[in-house]
Ligand binder design. Structure first.
Ligand SMILES: Nc1ncnc2c1ncn2[C@@H]1O[C@H](COP(=O)(O)OP(=O)(O)OP(=O)(O)O)[C@@H](O)[C@H]1O
Ligand SMILES: [Mg+2]
Length: 301
């Protein structure tokens, strides 16, 4: 049985259960270098605490899904990891050092924002920046760079518009180019903020698989914010679920449980599994159950 341990300060955390444990979680929890480490991390704006007492070690090759309603501090967490947002308390370390702004070993897919219509950059320029950023200073021939850019553009299904100005592309097309830019090079950590937003089902699958392949090939750690865990359920080692200033961490089967989420939300919610999909019912108003694009993790039927 899973035990839930209160850590005080309104937070609680699920320790790794004795059984059952997601096998890959167990393997990675034991091996792999710690790439990212948060200790007693808290973030508050004014008197509103988004999360506090967050302890999290993410190991090389580990895939962490960050779930939770709008405004619970998911994007802010990624910004804290990037060194763009100061913590109110605690510490975040990347590869054993305090984070510094602009680390080239972190790939980042920001929450969707359309590019400025005035930008003259083409899709292939953005992907090339991703490669140059990570291999800066190393000799790379123009032909080799071009071949690598082509390979990445093709892998995200963006080869058809490689030479189009990115600002003229649709939201989903721009998103695929941004994914290409983030996975280019050799990131040790990939931070993905709702990378599947605006993508059709085929491209949701393609992009998820691409990120998953990248982490397997390079042992890249992945922190993946999403409102719908279903497209990535088979890849996720652990879930960090934020709600109402509190959080839970554990394997998907441990956290995505009626009892655990009811405790987190402070009201009865029900987690249903239907043909391999997870649906959460009964999330109260005010927890922002819907994202901007109408995908529902928490759905009422
Ligand atoms: N620099 C800031 N100053 C003040 N408040 C901020 C700042 N940055 C974020 N916030 C607030 O913190 C809360 C969390 O924002 P954040 O963008 O992290 O949420 P989120 O979980 O990513 O939500 P969503 O699912 O909508 O993307 C919001 O209420 C936001 O307005
Ligand atoms: Mg966000």
């Amino acid at each position: 049985m899973t035990r839930i341990t209160d850590l005080g300060a309104g937070t609680a955390r699920i320790p790794l259960a004795e059984e059952p444990v997601h096998p890959s979680t167990k393997d990675r929890a034991q091996g792999g270098r710690v790439v990212l480490s948060l200790r007693s991390a808290s973030l508050a704006f004014g008197d509103r605490t988004l999360w506090s007492g967050l302890d999290l070690d993410v190991r090389a090759g580990e895939f962490i899904a960050v779930l939770g309603p709008n405004g619970t501090g998911k994007t802010s967490l990624l910004k804290a990891i990037l060194g763009q947002q100061r913590l109110t308390q605690g510490e975040v370390r990347f590869l054993d050092s305090p984070v510094r702004h602009g680390s080239r070993s972190i790939g980042y897919i920001p929450q969707q924002k359309l590019l400025d219509p005035g930008t003259p950059l083409r899709a292939r320029d953005l992907v090339a920046f991703g490669i140059n950023g990570h291999r800066w200073g190393l000799p790379i021939t123009t032909a080799a760079l071009r071949a690598e850019v082509d390979r990445i553009l093709e892998s995200v299904g963006a080869d058809e518009y490689a030479d189009a100005p990115v600002a003229t592309l649709s939201g989903g097309e721009q998103q695929r180019v941004r994914v290409g830019q983030a996975i280019a090079g050799t990131p040790r950590l990939l931070l993905c903020d709702e990378p599947l937003l605006s993508l059709d089902l085929q491209h949701q699958r393609a992009v998820s698989e691409l990120i998953d392949r990248k982490r397997r090939e390079l042992d890249t750690a992945v922190v993946f914010v999403t409102h719908d865990v279903n497209p990535i359920l088979g890849m996720v080692d652990r879930v960090l679920y934020l709600a109402g200033g509190r959080f839970r961490i554990g394997a998907p089967d441990e956290v995505l449980q009626s009892e655990v989420l009811s405790d987190l939300y402070g009201t009865q919610v029900e987690v249903l599994r239907n043909r391999g999909r997870v649906v959460v019912l009964g999330v109260p108003d005010g927890f922002g159950t819907h994202d901007h694009d109408g995908h529902h993790l928490e759905e009422e039927h």
